[in-house]
Design a protein around this ligand. Structure first.
Ligand code: NAD
Length: 309
């Protein structure tokens, strides 16, 4: 496993990291023990960054992750979780709620310190509140030692400069914007580098779009994007290759992204995802897949408040 410095945090993180939303059964009902094994496969193969949220499985993912981490030495992993999102439509970025949320997460996770505490999907809230209330509250939490760094996450790329022009953050987590079908995060990299933030990418499989299983019901992509990605998956099958392999390899090629989170509660898939990092990179085949995806490349969807998109 290769490691990179996560921007100004100075943390050394594995280039592929574990997305624990899978442990909350977000994509399908899961066998808890399988999920725990998936995490252990990842840790055994050198993954050290784990991302979770109270929202995933409405606290289930944090609880299962807490069980999975019991007995694992604390210096073996960097743990990121979130505050502010508690349900599909439930958001609360108030200082009081996010401060309590940190304590709740520590309890479920069974640890005494969160490495990175992130505001979850801030486009659903008021960015003024994030700047004036939420981040200052998390800085106070940081002073108590319950969290080491403060980050923000969300889908529209516009939220990052909208926040970071006004207040300092340590990390950002951008998902589904650096994958075979959408590479728009690349345009924001110069700005992020200038700010020296830790850059966490997520969803190299575009939350299932770039898999043979396809997407769960809640997936927000348009039918056009889903059909375009399904055509690319079919093309890969004809070539005898799993589109997931090419998708992982493509996303991980970008060295400006410090770590890329992938989610699975299947130990075999986790092992495969990590082994693909060392597999030959078939440039010609990837070009051919990008060609199939051309009609929908960089097409996206809106999330949260219209003014934040
Ligand atoms: P992903 O692109 O990693 O895709 C996950 C899906 O792909 C799941 O259905 C999984 O079973 C499947 N999969 C994984 N490996 C596979 C393989 N080898 N073969 C076939 N299918 C495979 O998307 P994700 O899970 O949404 O993102 C990863 C993580 O990033 C999340 O768990 C979460 O921690 C983080 N994330 C955060 C935010 C946010 O903060 N707003 C949003 C999205 C994701």
């Amino acid at each position: 496993m290769e490691y990179r410095k996560l921007g100004k945090t100075g943390l050394d993180v594995s280039i592929l990291s574990f997305g624990a939303s899978s442990l909350g059964g977000v994509f399908r009902p899961i066998d808890e023990n399988e999920g725990i094994r998936a995490l252990h496969v990842a840790l055994d193969l050198g993954v050290n960054l784990i991302d979770c949220s109270p929202f995933y499985g409405i606290t289930t993912a944090e609880t299962v992750l807490g069980k999975a981490l019991r007995g694992v030495p604390r210096d073996k992993y960097v743990l990121a979780t979130k505050v502010g999102r508690y349900g599909e439509e439930e958001f609360d970025f108030s200082a009081q709620r996010v401060t309590r949320s940190v304590d709740e997460s520590l309890g479920r996770l069974g640890i005494e310190r969160i490495d990175i505490i992130q505001c979850h999907d801030i486009e659903y809230g008021s960015l003024d509140q994030i700047v004036n209330e939420t981040i200052p509250a998390l800085r106070r939490v940081q002073e108590t030692g319950k969290a080491s760094f403060v980050g923000i996450t969300g889908f529209p790329l516009a939220i990052y400069p909208a926040i970071m022009d006004r207040i300092e953050v340590d990390t950002i987590l951008s998902y589904a914007h650096y994958s075979l079908n959408d590479t728009t995060l690349a345009g924001l990299i110069p700005y992020l580098r200038e700010k020296d933030v830790g850059i966490i990418g997520a969803s190299p499989l575009s939350m299932g779009l770039l898999t043979n299983r396809g997407t769960p019901d809640w997936h927000p992509a348009t039918d056009e994007i889903k059909a375009g990605c399904a055509a690319a998956a079919a093309f890969c099958r004809e070539q005898g290759v799993d589109i997931a392999q090419l998708a992982v390899q493509f996303s991980l090629r970008n060295r400006d992204i410090h770590s890329t989170l992938i989610g699975t509660a299947n130990p075999d898939n986790m092992r495969r995802n990590i082994e693909w990092l060392d597999a030959p990179y078939d440039e010609a085949l990837i070009e051919a897949v990008l060609e199939v995806l051309a009609p929908i490349r960089d097409k996206t969807w809106q999330t949260g408040r219209p003014e934040n998109n």
